[in-house]
Ligand binder design. Structure first.
Ligand code: FAD
Length: 412
């Protein structure tokens, strides 16, 4: 019987693993691969902040998984994995059981409140298409309410937006919001003085983009300040209430919008026993990206904790998930061919961070620069990493048109 590989998760890591193994399965008929996901589409998360702020539409960030997995559409199963029975080697889902010889866990992560009270009730996350719709609708509702406000105090509270977390998601979202407010909202809501509209980032570290280099972090801070974004550093949020954020130093910030981008919890925590996971629910893997205590299970992407000699732990990014998927697929192939496994080595290809429209920060090895070219490069890279040519054309066209027209400020 051909070895059966079950991949759980059709995100960056899962889809790349499927594509890499597909060649082997299809051409040589040496392996059976099944891809399981709880939704029927792939989500291009790096553009969620653009969807939330109206630069692009929903169909630009989603793509049906059956379309993406080449000719083997029937290899996709829409189901939620509930647990992995390591002894019987079976993935238990809400739509039946899937036995495997090798299982690849690529279930990503979800927003986590890290025990801060009130986050789930009063703050908005940004991880899914529905989150984007909620953020966009909320922004519009705040501007509408501010336009009707009777006092300056009420208006100021309505259009104060707090983003908790100064990582890439928080910073990129703040940049897009800054642009949206300065351009479209200023023109459409003339009753609201633009100096009353505020965005504040609260970051627990000493600067934003802590995972990036000093150059990237300080350049981002400078640009955000130019866009009118206030940044509070070295401050933890200890509690969130309706329209209020409490800080560790005893202060509080009043704002109608609180967006939580401060950290994630792995989705693997529902699938495996706790002893196989770290405190954030990530699967512990060895240098071959195999589970420490089970030779038949691999894990990668946001749901795995992967040691890296230079950086401590490999960062949770789409770029890393795709690179790890290549490593996992290579090792699964080697197992099937009874060859020795090769260790995974993480390499950083470079950083491209956009802040609003037409400004980017690039760090590509020793080459570092900021400005329009960096921004265009980041857009170019995203277009290339998209999985279909029609999507690339659609998005490129939208970006082009947006430079001459308004973003979409309608509710979703
Ligand atoms: C707003 C935002 C912006 C970002 N920007 C960037 C960026 O610019 N650059 C970058 O490199 N990274 C970025 N990231 C991070 C990047 O999105 C993640 O690191 C990447 O998606 C991780 O890939 P993954 O395959 O591990 O998980 P995902 O891509 O999240 O895929 C996980 C998949 O598993 C499925 N799944 C989960 N649980 C189950 C289950 N129980 N059963 C079945 N299926 C399940 C999910 O539906 C999903 O399809 C961003 C993230 C966000 C939220």
């Amino acid at each position: 019987m051909r070895p059966r590989v079950v991949i759980i998760g059709g995100g960056f890591g899962g889809v790349e693993t499927f594509h890499r193994l597909h060649r082997l399965m299809h051409k040589r008929r040496g392996i059976d691969v099944t891809l399981i996901d709880q939704k029927n589409y792939f989500l291009f998360t790096p553009m969620l902040h653009e969807l939330a702020t109206g630069s692009i539409g929903r169909n630009h960030v989603t793509q049906p998984l059956r379309e993406m997995i080449d000719c083997c559409h029937e290899r996709f199963v829409r189901a939620t994995a509930e647990r992995i029975d390591l002894k019987r080697r079976v993935v238990v889902t809400d739509a039946g059981n899937y036995p495997y010889d090798y299982c690849v866990i690529a279930v990503g992560s979800r927003a986590s409140d890290f025990g801060v009270p009130g986050v789930m009730e009063h703050a908005l996350p940004l991880k899914t298409v529905n989150d984007c719709a909620a953020v966009r609708n909320h922004l519009v509702a705040c501007f509408e309410a501010a336009a009707r406000a009777r006092s300056k105090t009420e208006r100021e509270q309505r259009v104060h937006f707090v983003i908790v977390g100064g990582g890439a998601t928080g910073v990129e979202l703040a940049g897009q919001m800054g642009d949206l407010f300065r351009k479209e909202m200023r023109a459409l809501y003339t009753a609201i003085p633009s100096d009353e509209v505020r965005i504040t980032i609260v970051e627990s570290g000493e600067r934003v983009l802590q995972r990036h280099s000093e150059f990237v972090g300080t350049s981002a801070m400078r640009k955000l300040k130019e866009l009118g974004v206030s940044i509070i550093v070295n401050t933890r949020v200890v509690k969130v209430e309706k329209n209020r954020v409490h800080l560790k130093n005893g202060d509080h910030i009043d704002a109608c919008t609180i967006i939580w981008t401060s950290g994630v919890q792995s989705n693997a925590d529902a699938l495996l026993p706790h002893e196989d996971l770290d405190e954030r629910g990530r699967v512990r893997v060895n240098e071959y990206l195999r589970m420490v205590d089970d030779e038949h299970v691999f894990a990668l992407g946001d749901c795995a904790v992967i040691a890296d000699t230079g950086m401590g732990v490999v960062p949770q990014t789409a770029q890393a998930a795709v690179a790890e998927a290549k490593g996992v697929a290579k090792n699964v192939r080697r197992l099937v061919r009874k060859k020795e496994l090769v260790p995974y080595r993480h390499r950083v290809r470079g950083e491209l961070v956009p802040i609003g429209n037409w400004f980017g920060i690039a760090e590509l090895g020793p080459i570092r620069f900021t400005g329009r070219v960096a921004w265009l490069m980041r857009r170019g890279v995203f277009l290339l990493t998209m999985y279909s040519w029609p999507d690339r054309f659609r998005i490129a066209l939208d970006w082009f048109l947006n430079t001459f027209s308004f973003r979409d400020t309608s509710e979703l």
